[in-house]
Structures are given as structure tokens and as C-alpha cells.
Write a protein that binds this ligand. Structure first.
Ligand code: AQP
Length: 352
């Protein structure tokens, strides 16, 4: 994993500095989680959890920036909580909560909205990509201001490190800019977070369109491998992945060879082996061998996750209990920051 910003010292008040370093990250319950979400986020969350005080959220308020079916949103939120645990997150290290259970996110999101220049939001490539796929009159303003809510998510917990896939790097940079702006306007309030991007799997591409990011909301059948796909389906999807006619099995940045590069990247992320090793393994092999080997590695990686998930979904009471306890802890931490922010900007303290 690479830490993409030169570490700047935490700039929160002393009262919030006396604690272990903190992580926050989240995934939208906007559909079935993909191996992109796993390799870009969940896998590294699990690897980091024992070294940090970790907050991992199910960001349902971000999910509604595009239309969602209420029943599906509710189901996906609980399913994601189970998948976070199935992917190895442990409650002794992590606070796993649903974003809408902590109302401080909306409040700080609004405050940050009021101080974010429109030009900063206009530069966000994710808004451009997502809105380009929608009818102009169905694009909600929440999709445009999504990055300020994400900044609130991060800053409320005085977060030191934000582990995300490559696509979210720009949003974390905006969060840093906003925190610095707020601190210089009102005095030291927020810790300045750093982004952490995985070395392998930072951007998993669509199997059918290897020049576009694999996305959970993309509907084409051969586009994504979902964490809960039956393993035979996983294998079939990988066997049908788009490649090229070159027959060279090497990592490459050439867009013409994006399909093979994507398969190698997925293989590297699942096996945690070096690029050199992998290229040597496939020296003088064909694309059929490559696909079969990658398909097996992915199926093998997903098998224990699916087993644990099925077990957890049989104990839904346990999942709700985890979400409740976590929301209590998250509320406690978030309200400390929010009280400070309210005071800094001049809101009258209510009588309690
Ligand atoms: N293809 C990907 N490769 C690597 N990392 C990825 N992530 C998502 N897709 C990939 C990482 O997963 C985390 C959560 O993402 P998200 O669901 O909150 O938002 P997203 O990036 O918009 O993901 P999707 O799958 O594309 O969702 P939809 O289709 O709903 O918009 C982030 O850390 C992200 O980097």
C-alpha cells in the first residue's frame, strides 16, 4: 500500500490527539459488492485494522445521491454489514456502522457545503463520470455535493488515514483542502487526513470493458464479479473476459492490452505475488491458461468469504447488535467533533 500524501502532522486540538491513529472508510450500499470493492477497499481495511482505531461505514446517505429502491437499499445495507465481517473485519478492532445512524454526518456535511467553493466541486471527475450517464433533469444536487458529505464522514472522526481505491483519491484531496481551509478560518479543529491506495487492485476494471472501472451499479452481465456470485458463475465471467489478439501475458499500461493487464492485476491482488513472479509463471502460456488460473484464484479467494457470509446471515440479530453498538460509539466520537465545529463557527450552544 502507498501513502499518497506526504504526512502532515495531525492538526486537531490536543484533546482529540490523545488516542491511537484512526482510519475511516466506507462503501455505498448501492448494489452487490464487487471484487473491485474488495480489492480496492475491504481487503486493505482488514489488513490495517489491528494497527488503527478503525471506523468503517455503510454509506447509505451517499447511495441516495442516485435513485435507490427503498427495500433494496435496506437489504443491501444489512448485507454489506455481513460482508464487511465476512471479509475479515473484527468488532474488537472496528466500529462498523450505518452512516444514517449518526446524524452528525448530515450536519457537518451541510456546514462544509456552505464553505466549499463551487469550482472545487466542478473539478471532481467522479461527478462528471456519473452525471454523464444520467438524464440532465434527473441529476440531483446531492450527487454534485457528494464530496462534502464524504469530507464530513472523514473529518468527524479526526481521521488520520483513509484507505480507498484509486477513484476516491481526488475526494480525499478535497477533504484535506477543506480541513485546511476550515482550520485556517476558525482555528485548529480537524486532523488533516492522508489517503492510502493499495499497490495491487487500486483500480479493477470491468471484465467486458477493461478501459472502464468495474462498478457495482453497471448492469451488463459480464461486467463485474460480485462477491456473492456462485463460484461457477465467477469462473464463467472470467473465462469470457475481454482480452486482445496479441498473445503476450505481461502487465501493461497500453489501453489496447487493458484486458490482460486487468486479469493480471486481479490475480496479483488475490495471490499477493510479485509482478515478476506472475509474468514468469505465464511465460509462453496462452490466454486460456491465464483465464483459467485467474478464475481459480478468484473462486478460491471468494469461497471462505461466502461461507462466512452465509453463516452470518443466519444470525441477523448479531449483525443488528454490532450495528447498534457501533453506532453508539460512532455517535459519541462524532458529536465531540461536531460540538467543537458548532462552537467555532458561532452557533449558540443549546441548554442541555
Ligand atoms: N473497480 C474498483 N477498483 C478498486 N477499488 C474500487 N472501489 C470501487 N470500485 C473499485 C473502491 O470501493 C470503495 C467503495 O466504493 P463505493 O461503492 O462507495 O463507490 P464507488 O467508487 O462509486 O464504487 P462503485 O462500485 O463504482 O459504486 P457505484 O456503481 O454505486 O457508483 C472505495 O474505496 C472505492 O475506491
Amino acid at each position: 500500500m502507498t501513502n499518497q500524501n506526504s504526512a502532515s502532522p495531525a492538526s486537531a486540538p490536543d484533546v482529540v490527539k490523545q488516542r491511537p491513529p484512526r482510519i475511516l472508510s466506507g462503501i455505498q450500499p448501492s448494489g452487490q459488492l464487487t471484487i473491485g470493492n474488495y480489492l480496492g477497499a475491504l481487503k486493505q481495511w482488514a489488513a490495517l485494522q489491528s494497527q488503527y482505531d478503525s471506523f468503517y461505514c455503510i454509506v447509505d446517505m451517499h447511495a441516495i445521491t442516485v435513485p435507490q429502491d427503498p427495500a433494496e437499499l435496506r437489504e443491501a445495507s444489512v448485507r454489506n454489514a455481513a460482508l464487511y465481517l465476512a471479509c475479515g473485519l473484527e468488532t474488537k478492532h472496528c466500529t462498523i456502522f450505518i452512516q444514517s445512524h449518526v446524524s452528525a454526518h448530515s450536519e457537518l456535511g451541510w456546514i462544509l457545503n456552505c464553505m466549499t467553493p463551487m469550482g472545487w466541486l466542478n473539478r471532481m471527475t467522479q461527478f462528471k463520470d456519473k452525471s454523464a450517464k444520467m438524464q440532465a433533469d434527473s441529476i440531483g444536487s446531492g450527487l454534485f455535493t457528494y464530496p462534502t458529505l464524504m469530507a464530513a464522514d472523514i473529518l468527524l472522526y479526526q481521521t488520520d488515514l483513509v484507505p480507498v481505491g484509486d477513484d476516491q483519491k481526488q475526494h480525499v484531496e478535497l477533504t484535506r483542502d477543506l480541513a485546511q481551509r476550515f482550520n485556517s478560518m476558525y482555528g485548529e479543529t480537524f486532523t488533516i487526513p492522508n489517503v492510502m491506495i493499495p499497490v495491487a487492485g487500486a483500480r479493477v476494471m470491468g471484465l467486458d470493458t477493461p478501459t472502464a472501472k468495474m462498478s457495482k451499479s453497471e448492469k451488463a452481465d459480464g461486467h463485474a464479479v460480485f462477491l456473492l456470485d456462485p463460484l461457477d458463475k465467477v469462473r464463467k465471467k472470467i473465462m469470457r473476459a475481454t482480452t486482445d489478439s496479441d498473445r503476450v501475458i505481461k502487465f501493461s499500461t497500453d489501453p489496447e492490452r487493458a484486458g490482460v493487464n486487468n486479469l493480471l492485476t486481479i490475480y496479483q491482488a488475490f495471490t499477493e505475488r510479485s509482478r515478476e513472479d506472475i509474468e514468469a509463471q505465464f511465460d509462453s502460456k496462452g490466454y486460456g491458461d491465464l483465464k483459467k488460473t485467474v478464475a481459480e484464484a478468484v473462486a478460491e479467494g471468494l469461497k471462505p468469504i461466502q461461507e462466512r457470509y452465509n453463516q452470518l446471515m443466519g444470525e441477523k440479530g448479531y449483525i443488528y447488535e454490532v450495528l447498534k453498538k457501533s453506532a453508539d460509539r460512532a455517535n459519541e466520537v462524532a458529536s465531540t467533533t461536531l460540538d467543537l465545529v458548532r462552537d467555532r463557527i458561532g452557533f449558540v450552544k443549546p441548554l442541555r
